[in-house]
Write a protein that binds this ligand. Structure first.
Ligand code: 0X9
Ligand code: ZN
Length: 300
């Protein structure tokens, strides 16, 4: 079984998903949404129990869009683990379908293991520097703020919107998948729950609902170990940055419950949270996920 005392390589992540599909065929399906630039499979898991008629609201979670933010895929895997392998949580898939993509940027992720722990971008080749910030590459107000047109920048937005195969694969999947009511993109670090908009200093129409739910999630998380979150609109709370997956999900895909979730930092650089701390962070965070799930089940 999986343990949360160390981080997993990309192959190990995919092997875990496959194993769950084999052992829980009535609950779990694994699907490849495409290959990365370096031909790694981008696999997601769909957790869906009982009938599909009438359809249930879907909570979509992605992680690892930024390669170095290792705690994000770890939380995605913990959520999967708890939903599938802990019978105490079976109620969470009674009224909700879950789709979880633990690694949006597998090439970058492997590069942080083999070559540069602090790599953030994809690995598509450029003229001078490689890679593009996948979270600046989405086609919604692309390049309008907080993004660079210089290849070597860590926030390089790409030659054009959706220049990256990884963001294309993700958006194609999202466009063809119905009933997505919540979209959570996992990042680190800073302990923020951010809601749109992130391209401009303006709040989305339902920001009050997202603010309240964010505070409810924070309350459940902080009850575990005292970890507290800052909740607010992306731009005012952090900075303006256009072309991110959160804004696209709301602005183009019309998902109404959208957060960028910045998990706690640690280690020397913030992104290298020591393995001994994974378990504490994923356990407390899962309490927030439960609050979100109950909200979606009740209100969507
Ligand atoms: O800059 C980002 O992409 C996110 N922060 S991180 O440190 N993980 O890189 C924040 C994105 C917030 N959303 C938008 N600005 N749209
Ligand atoms: Zn990030």
């Amino acid at each position: 079984g999986i343990t949360f005392d160390h981080y997993l390589r990309h192959d190990e992540i995919n092997a875990y998903l496959t194993q769950l599909a084999q052992t829980n065929p009535s609950l779990v399906t694994v699907e490849t949404i495409g290959q990365s630039y370096q031909n790694r499979s981008m696999n997601l898991i769909r957790i869906s129990s009982g009938t599909t008629n009438p359809p249930k609201p879907v909570i979509f979670i992605d992680a690892g869009i930024h390669a170095r933010e290792w705690i994000a895929p770890a939380l995605a895997l913990y959520v999967i683990n708890q939903l599938v392998e802990n019978p105490e949580n079976s109620n969470l898939s009674k009224d909700i379908d879950w789709i979880i993509l633990p690694s949006v940027n597998p090439d970058g992720y492997e590069y942080t293991w083999t070559t540069n722990r602090l790599w953030r971008k994809t690995i598509s080749p450029g003229l001078v520097c490689d890679g593009c910030d996948a979270n600046r590459n989405f086609d919604f107000h692309w390049m309008e703020s907080g993004a660079s047109n210089w290849e070597c920048s860590d926030t390089y937005a790409g030659k054009k919107a959706f220049s990256e195969i990884e963001t294309q694969n993700l958006k194609n999947y999202l466009l063809k998948t119905p009933n997505i009511e919540a979209y959570i993109t996992l990042h680190s670090y800073g302990q923020y729950l951010l809601y749109p908009w992130g391209y401009i200093d303006k709040l989305c129409d339902n920001w009050k609902e997202l603010d309240q739910l964010g505070h409810d999630m924070d309350k459940a998380i902080s009850a575990v170990n005292g970890t507290t979150y800052t909740i607010g609109g992306s731009t005012a709370t952090l900075y303006a940055a256009a072309g991110a997956s959160d804004d696209w999900s709301m602005g183009v895909r019309n998902v109404s419950i959208v957060y960028t979730w910045e998990l706690p930092g640690g280690g020397t650089y913030g992104f290298d949270l020591p393995p001994e701390r994974i378990e504490g962070v994923v356990k407390e965070s899962f309490e927030g996920v439960k609050v979100l799930a109950n909200f979606v089940a009740k209100n969507r």
